[in-house]
Design a protein around this ligand. Structure first.
Ligand code: APR
Length: 308
């Protein structure tokens, strides 16, 4: 049986994601949106790419959640993107209503699905999806760390003029200005990055990473990033469907790990067929722990506003 993937939101992130999922042949795809005609049109356009691209998946668009029933994976991308000058947190109330409505309907008809949330503010929206769906925590996660890490790796590779494939690392914490890239665990072909570049240069890269989303928003003026975010979701979907046991930074609901209780925060997790199969706890220095706590506190302040 082919996997069934529902992508909620047929906007920039959702449609680009559907495109990437089809190219990788990860499963049949249902695009759903409140706009009438848009998911149907984009779905049909993608379906008609199949003969050329060599995939024979079903790609459909709909406005009816009944068509999403029995999905294996639901990716939540619907909601408002940022405009220049806005922080992700400015989207809180509007996107809370969108996530509550959409996940409520989608989870009901696909009770065994794994949920990946992309809508911002990411950690608070993942927590909303977790509460509304009632799914166990291993089946609800937020996509942020893979994207933030991709940006971090890109900037390091560019600065050192090496292949991005050589750069490994991860970013902890919430998906916002308080995110925590960890230089101590960042390597280039196994060599600690701290051996390869001066601290000041790395600090600049960390700063640019934390503001990576805003940099794109400022350039686009009318929306936010979608190529790298959709690529990040595909890496997570691939790890799940192919049971890769891949360690990736994702927003996960913590129940005491890292000393954090009852909150979605970005941490390294092992992704496999069951979803989050393990939360990897790494030792942090007091400074790193303080930065993570600060980031978690900023997620908590949002979660408290919407009461999830
Ligand atoms: N149900 C379904 N779809 C909805 C709903 C809803 N209740 N409300 C809005 N949408 C749809 C819109 O009609 C639109 O097609 O969500 C889509 C959002 O698309 P874009 O405006 O292009 O936004 P996008 O760039 O895809 O970003 C979506 O992802 O990265 C985050 O911060 C970003 O929160 C934003 C989300």
């Amino acid at each position: 049986m082919r996997k069934k993937i529902t992508v909620i939101g047929a906007g920039n992130v959702g449609a680009t994601l559907a495109h990437r999922l089809a190219d990788k042949q990860l499963g049949d795809i249902v695009l759903i949106d409140i706009l009438e005609g848009v998911p149907q049109g984009k779905g049909l356009d993608l379906l008609e790419s199949g003969p050329i691209e060599g995939y024979d998946l079903k790609v459909t668009g709909t406005n009816d959640y009944a068509d999403t029933a029995n999905s294996d994976l639901i990716v939540m991308t619907a909601g408002f993107p940022r405009k220049p000058g806005m922080s992700r947190d400015d989207l809180l109330k509007a996107n809370y209503d969108v996530v509550k409505d959409a996940i409520g309907k989608a989870a009901k008809v696909s009770p065994n699905a794994i949920l990946i949330v992309v809508t911002n503010p990411l950690d608070a929206m993942a927590q909303t999806a977790f509460r509304v769906s009632g799914f166990p925590r291993h089946r609800v996660m937020g996509m942020a760390g893979v994207l933030d890490t991709a940006r971090y790796r890109t900037f390091i590779a560019e600065a050192l003029n090496v292949s991005v494939q050589n750069v490994q690392g991860f970013v902890l914490g919430g998906h916002g200005d308080t995110m925590v890239p960890v230089p101590r665990y960042t390597t280039v072909a196994g060599i600690p990055v701290t051996e390869l570049m001066p601290k000041e240069q790395l600090d600049e890269i960390i700063e640019r990473t934390a503001n990576g989303g805003a940099e794109i928003v400022k350039l686009l003026k009318t929306g936010s990033a979608f190529y790298a975010p959709s690529a990040a979701v595909v890496e997570m979907a691939d790890a799940i469907f192919n049971d890769r046991k891949k360690i990736l930074p994702c927003a996960a609901y913590l129940e005491g790990e890292y000393g954090i209780q009852g909150l979605f925060v970005g941490v390294p997790v092992k992704l496999g067929a069951k979803g989050i199969e393990q939360i990897i706890e790494i030792k942090l220095t007091p400074e790193e722990k303080a930065a993570l706590d600060k980031s978690a506190a900023s997620v908590k302040s949002l979660v408290d506003v919407i009461g999830v």
